[in-house]
Design a protein around this ligand. Structure first.
Ligand code: FMN
Length: 179
Protein backbone atom coordinates (compact mmCIF):
# COMPACT_ATOMS: atom_id res chain seq x y z
CA UNK A 1 0.00 0.00 0.00
CA UNK A 2 1.65 3.25 -1.05
CA UNK A 3 0.45 6.33 0.79
CA UNK A 4 0.82 9.83 -0.67
CA UNK A 5 -0.14 13.12 1.00
CA UNK A 6 -0.50 16.08 -1.38
CA UNK A 7 -1.17 19.60 -0.17
CA UNK A 8 -1.53 23.19 -1.32
CA UNK A 9 -0.67 26.04 1.05
CA UNK A 10 -0.34 29.82 0.82
CA UNK A 11 0.86 30.72 4.34
CA UNK A 12 2.00 27.38 5.78
CA UNK A 13 -1.02 26.30 7.80
CA UNK A 14 -2.15 23.57 5.40
CA UNK A 15 1.48 22.47 5.04
CA UNK A 16 1.74 22.03 8.81
CA UNK A 17 -1.52 20.05 8.83
CA UNK A 18 -0.23 17.90 5.94
CA UNK A 19 3.00 17.24 7.86
CA UNK A 20 0.98 16.18 10.93
CA UNK A 21 -1.17 13.92 8.72
CA UNK A 22 1.94 12.31 7.21
CA UNK A 23 3.18 11.78 10.77
CA UNK A 24 -0.14 10.20 11.82
CA UNK A 25 -0.02 7.84 8.86
CA UNK A 26 3.57 6.82 9.65
CA UNK A 27 2.66 3.59 11.49
CA UNK A 28 0.87 2.40 8.33
CA UNK A 29 4.00 2.45 6.18
CA UNK A 30 6.20 4.85 4.21
CA UNK A 31 4.40 8.10 3.43
CA UNK A 32 5.31 10.47 0.58
CA UNK A 33 4.50 14.08 1.47
CA UNK A 34 4.52 16.41 -1.50
CA UNK A 35 3.40 19.93 -2.38
CA UNK A 36 0.93 20.25 -5.23
CA UNK A 37 3.51 22.36 -7.08
CA UNK A 38 6.28 19.80 -6.73
CA UNK A 39 7.01 18.17 -10.09
CA UNK A 40 6.82 14.70 -8.52
CA UNK A 41 3.27 15.14 -7.14
CA UNK A 42 1.43 13.83 -10.21
CA UNK A 43 3.46 10.62 -10.65
CA UNK A 44 3.41 9.96 -6.90
CA UNK A 45 -0.38 10.32 -6.71
CA UNK A 46 -1.10 8.33 -9.86
CA UNK A 47 0.77 5.33 -8.49
CA UNK A 48 -0.57 5.63 -4.92
CA UNK A 49 -2.99 3.21 -3.28
CA UNK A 50 -4.20 5.89 -0.87
CA UNK A 51 -4.11 9.62 -1.63
CA UNK A 52 -4.68 12.12 1.16
CA UNK A 53 -5.15 15.53 -0.40
CA UNK A 54 -5.93 18.95 1.00
CA UNK A 55 -5.77 22.68 0.56
CA UNK A 56 -6.89 25.97 2.06
CA UNK A 57 -10.54 26.96 1.73
CA UNK A 58 -10.81 29.98 -0.56
CA UNK A 59 -14.15 31.61 -1.36
CA UNK A 60 -16.05 28.69 0.22
CA UNK A 61 -14.27 25.99 -1.82
CA UNK A 62 -11.01 25.05 -3.50
CA UNK A 63 -8.72 27.92 -4.46
CA UNK A 64 -8.73 29.34 -7.95
CA UNK A 65 -6.00 31.32 -9.72
CA UNK A 66 -7.88 34.52 -8.83
CA UNK A 67 -8.01 33.71 -5.10
CA UNK A 68 -4.38 32.52 -5.05
CA UNK A 69 -3.41 35.83 -6.67
CA UNK A 70 -4.74 37.58 -3.54
CA UNK A 71 -2.38 35.72 -1.20
CA UNK A 72 0.74 37.89 -1.85
CA UNK A 73 -1.19 41.03 -0.86
CA UNK A 74 -2.13 39.35 2.45
CA UNK A 75 1.55 38.46 2.98
CA UNK A 76 2.63 42.01 2.10
CA UNK A 77 0.32 43.51 4.73
CA UNK A 78 2.57 43.93 7.82
CA UNK A 79 -0.50 43.88 10.08
CA UNK A 80 -1.26 40.29 9.04
CA UNK A 81 2.20 38.91 9.91
CA UNK A 82 1.97 36.19 7.22
CA UNK A 83 4.73 34.74 5.07
CA UNK A 84 4.05 33.33 1.63
CA UNK A 85 5.18 29.72 1.24
CA UNK A 86 7.96 29.24 -1.38
CA UNK A 87 5.71 26.84 -3.33
CA UNK A 88 2.53 28.95 -3.00
CA UNK A 89 2.64 30.44 -6.50
CA UNK A 90 1.52 28.03 -9.17
CA UNK A 91 -1.28 25.57 -9.39
CA UNK A 92 -3.90 24.56 -6.82
CA UNK A 93 -5.55 21.31 -5.86
CA UNK A 94 -8.49 21.99 -8.19
CA UNK A 95 -6.34 22.22 -11.34
CA UNK A 96 -4.00 19.50 -10.13
CA UNK A 97 -6.85 16.97 -9.74
CA UNK A 98 -8.10 17.94 -13.20
CA UNK A 99 -4.65 17.12 -14.59
CA UNK A 100 -4.44 13.60 -13.13
CA UNK A 101 -4.58 10.85 -15.76
CA UNK A 102 -5.45 8.28 -13.11
CA UNK A 103 -6.87 8.66 -9.62
CA UNK A 104 -5.91 6.26 -6.81
CA UNK A 105 -8.57 3.79 -5.66
CA UNK A 106 -8.76 5.32 -2.17
CA UNK A 107 -8.58 8.88 -0.92
CA UNK A 108 -9.30 11.17 2.01
CA UNK A 109 -9.67 14.95 1.72
CA UNK A 110 -8.84 17.70 4.18
CA UNK A 111 -8.74 21.46 4.27
CA UNK A 112 -7.95 24.42 6.46
CA UNK A 113 -10.64 27.03 6.93
CA UNK A 114 -11.75 29.84 9.19
CA UNK A 115 -12.92 28.95 12.69
CA UNK A 116 -16.54 29.90 12.07
CA UNK A 117 -19.65 27.85 11.23
CA UNK A 118 -19.04 25.67 8.18
CA UNK A 119 -22.18 27.06 6.59
CA UNK A 120 -20.45 30.45 6.50
CA UNK A 121 -16.87 29.35 5.79
CA UNK A 122 -17.43 26.63 3.20
CA UNK A 123 -14.83 23.84 3.11
CA UNK A 124 -12.44 22.94 0.31
CA UNK A 125 -12.49 19.29 1.42
CA UNK A 126 -16.13 18.95 0.33
CA UNK A 127 -15.27 20.06 -3.20
CA UNK A 128 -12.15 17.85 -3.32
CA UNK A 129 -14.31 14.88 -2.32
CA UNK A 130 -16.84 15.71 -4.97
CA UNK A 131 -14.18 15.84 -7.71
CA UNK A 132 -12.36 12.65 -6.71
CA UNK A 133 -15.57 10.66 -6.27
CA UNK A 134 -16.68 11.84 -9.71
CA UNK A 135 -13.37 10.46 -11.04
CA UNK A 136 -14.11 7.04 -9.47
CA UNK A 137 -12.01 7.17 -6.29
CA UNK A 138 -13.49 5.99 -2.98
CA UNK A 139 -13.43 8.20 0.16
CA UNK A 140 -12.22 6.09 3.10
CA UNK A 141 -13.57 8.67 5.57
CA UNK A 142 -15.50 11.93 5.31
CA UNK A 143 -13.25 14.94 4.74
CA UNK A 144 -11.88 16.90 7.67
CA UNK A 145 -11.40 20.62 8.25
CA UNK A 146 -8.67 22.05 10.45
CA UNK A 147 -9.29 25.52 11.76
CA UNK A 148 -7.34 28.76 11.62
CA UNK A 149 -8.00 31.86 13.72
CA UNK A 150 -8.99 35.23 12.29
CA UNK A 151 -5.23 35.95 12.21
CA UNK A 152 -4.69 32.89 9.97
CA UNK A 153 -2.92 30.89 12.67
CA UNK A 154 -3.85 27.27 13.39
CA UNK A 155 -6.01 26.97 16.46
CA UNK A 156 -4.56 25.12 19.46
CA UNK A 157 -4.83 21.36 19.19
CA UNK A 158 -5.43 21.26 15.44
CA UNK A 159 -2.14 19.49 14.63
CA UNK A 160 -2.92 16.79 17.21
CA UNK A 161 -6.38 16.46 15.70
CA UNK A 162 -4.79 16.12 12.23
CA UNK A 163 -2.50 13.32 13.50
CA UNK A 164 -5.49 11.52 15.04
CA UNK A 165 -7.58 11.94 11.89
CA UNK A 166 -4.74 10.51 9.80
CA UNK A 167 -4.57 7.46 12.06
CA UNK A 168 -8.32 6.96 11.51
CA UNK A 169 -7.78 7.29 7.76
CA UNK A 170 -5.11 4.57 7.81
CA UNK A 171 -7.37 2.32 9.86
CA UNK A 172 -10.42 2.94 7.65
CA UNK A 173 -8.32 2.16 4.58
CA UNK A 174 -7.64 -1.25 6.09
CA UNK A 175 -3.87 -0.82 6.14
CA UNK A 176 -2.14 -3.03 8.71
CA UNK A 177 0.10 -1.16 11.15
CA UNK A 178 3.72 -1.95 10.25
CA UNK A 179 5.64 -0.38 13.16
C1 FMN B 1 -8.34 34.82 -1.14
C2 FMN B 1 -8.75 34.08 0.10
C3 FMN B 1 -10.07 33.68 0.27
C4 FMN B 1 -10.44 32.99 1.44
N1 FMN B 1 -11.73 32.55 1.55
C5 FMN B 1 -12.08 31.81 2.65
C6 FMN B 1 -13.41 31.26 2.78
O1 FMN B 1 -14.29 31.43 1.92
N2 FMN B 1 -13.68 30.52 3.88
C7 FMN B 1 -12.75 30.28 4.86
O2 FMN B 1 -13.08 29.60 5.83
N3 FMN B 1 -11.49 30.79 4.77
C8 FMN B 1 -11.15 31.54 3.69
N4 FMN B 1 -9.88 32.03 3.57
C9 FMN B 1 -8.92 31.76 4.66
C10 FMN B 1 -8.12 30.53 4.32
O3 FMN B 1 -8.90 29.37 4.48
C11 FMN B 1 -6.86 30.49 5.18
O4 FMN B 1 -6.05 31.55 4.74
C12 FMN B 1 -6.16 29.16 5.01
O5 FMN B 1 -6.86 28.14 5.69
C13 FMN B 1 -4.77 29.21 5.53
O6 FMN B 1 -4.09 28.07 5.03
P1 FMN B 1 -2.65 28.24 4.33
O7 FMN B 1 -1.81 28.95 5.35
O8 FMN B 1 -2.21 26.85 4.10
O9 FMN B 1 -2.83 29.01 3.06
C14 FMN B 1 -9.49 32.71 2.44
C15 FMN B 1 -8.15 33.11 2.24
C16 FMN B 1 -7.78 33.79 1.08
C17 FMN B 1 -6.33 34.18 0.89
Amino acid sequence: MSIVVVYESMFGNTRQVAEAIADGLGPYGPVTLVNVNDASAKDAAESASLLVVGGPTHVHGMSRQTSRDEAPSWANDPAKKLTLEPLAPGTGVREWIDGLDRVPPLFAAFDTRADIARLLSGAASGRIEHELKARGSHAVLPGASFLVSKDTVLEDGELDRARDWAASVGKAAGIPITT
